[in-house]
Write a protein that binds this ligand. Structure first.
Ligand SMILES: C=C1C[C@]23C[C@@]1(O)CC[C@H]2[C@@]12CCC[C@@](C)(C(=O)O1)[C@H]2[C@@H]3C(=O)O
Ligand SMILES: O=C(O)CCC(=O)C(=O)O
Ligand SMILES: [Fe+2]
Length: 381
């Protein structure tokens, strides 16, 4: 019998068959910093992950968002109104998708430079070690077309995956608008400031969503393997849904440590991304995070990434820049920023520092200054 083609594909790794972690998947330095359990920390203590409950009055919720976004770059979001029953169906459909035969998944493999598809996420290309996970990225806008690569004959599983993800996307896109409003309020932009309303309308109307699904199979030696390499998300902000199995860790300074985020049923983790750090002139900062694996249970997570459309320049909002100061960052589009980040990965530099106005070539300074006088989110065709 001929060998199934996916078994000859170097991109394919059979996690289920692995009895040990091979060198290709063994990461050095995983325990360089201690890990503390954020779930066991008393509320308000330095290791307790901040919580924002959307059922609170807007002013109180905005104050919590401000504190969390300034101090952590992340928080747990509860009381958001997305039904637990829908989240359970989302997770069930994701599990069903990753359980497809390898040959089916390999048909949908992300090609070099592709934004969407099955396989390791784009960041993996910067590392020689492999992660203990499989991923699948898609745009909710082209879901039905993209998913035919996984389910060419359509059928029931295809239909329920698409139906559930569309229902989820509708709810999440509305939630993203609510959260954006809260973020801007947290920045001190009030609902009656004309410029703030205009900025929010422009951002909300053009913001794009991308979904990235992660499957972290149980692992025979979790101390040597890594589910998802430490990174910051590059866009505005991300909703992370982690199943009942925890694994997400946030990096904290002073002292340097990883804080394990508890799996709170029905809650999302919200991560501030790099472009939001730029938009808020560094007042809100992106969070460095990673995902670890465990010995006994598979884990599923979903990232719902919000960011600007590809042609929009993102620069610090004038309201976020202290009077008499110049903006801390130059204007960039998301694809430009990804290019800078690629360069940063290969040189060991910080992408955010590379787009800091002070880093600046004359060019960068000129753009940063110009950004103050232009609409902050320049949408040019
Ligand atoms: C919208 C996006 C953010 C993302 C790149 C992507 O185009 C789709 C996948 C996302 C993801 C998920 C895992 C970590 C990450 C760094 C990666 O390599 O792919 C993020 C990207 C990001 O935030 O830059
Ligand atoms: O699996 C997780 O909890 C984190 C996922 C994540 O960081 C991402 O998809 O960008
Ligand atoms: Fe992430």
């Amino acid at each position: 019998m001929p060998t199934p083609s996916h078994l000859n594909n170097p991109l394919y790794f059979d996690f289920r068959a692995a009895r040990r972690v091979p060198e290709s998947h063994a990461w050095p330095g995983l325990d360089d910093h201690p890990v503390v359990d954020g779930g066991a920390a008393p509320p308000g203590s330095p290791d307790a992950v901040p919580v924002v409950d959307l059922r609170e009055p807007p002013a109180a919720a905005a104050a919590r968002v401000a504190r969390a976004a300034e101090q952590w770059g992340a928080f747990l979001l509860t009381g958001h109104g997305v039904a637990g029953e829908l989240l359970a169906r989302v997770e069930e459909r994701i599990a069903c998708m990753f359980a497809l035969p390898a040959a089916d998944k390999m048909r949908a493999v992300r090609g070099p430079g592709d934004a969407c598809g099955y396989g390791s996420p784009p960041i993996s290309s910067f590392f020689s070690k492999c992660m203990w996970s499989e991923g699948y990225t898609f745009s909710p806008a082209s879901l039905r077309r993209d998913l035919r690569k996984l389910w060419p004959k359509a059928g029931e599983d295809y239909a329920s995956f698409c139906d559930v993800m569309e229902e989820f996307h509708k709810e999440m896109r509305a939630l993203a608008d609510r959260l954006l409003e809260l973020f801007l309020r947290a920045l001190g932009l009030t609902g009656d400031q004309v410029a703030a309303v205009e900025a929010e309308r422009r951002i909300a109307e053009t913001m794009t969503a991308t979904m990235h699904l992660n499957w972290y199979p149980r692992c025979p030696d979790p101390r040597r393997a890594l589910g998802l390499i430490a990174h910051t998300d590059s866009g505005f902000f991300t909703f992370v849904l982690q199943s009942l199995v925890p694994g997400l860790q946030l990096f904290r300074h002073a002292p340097d440590r990883w804080v394990a985020v508890p799996a709170v049923p029905g809650a999302f983790v919200v991560n501030v991304g790099d472009l939001f750090q730029i938009l808020t002139n560094g007042r809100f900062h992106s969070v460095y995070h990673r995902a670890v694996v465990n010995r006994d249970m598979d884990r599923i997570s979903l990232g719902y990434f919000l960011g600007p459309p590809p042609h929009a320049k993102v620069a610090p909002l004038p309201e976020a820049v202290p009077p008499g100061r110049s903006p801390a960052y130059r204007a960039v589009t998301w694809p430009e920023y990804m290019g800078v980040r690629k360069k940063a990965f290969t040189t060991g530099a910080s992408a955010l520092k590379m787009v800091a106005a002070a880093a600046g070539s004359e060019d960068a300074d000129a753009t940063a200054t110009a950004a103050v006088h232009q609409p902050q989110l320049v949408v040019s065709s």
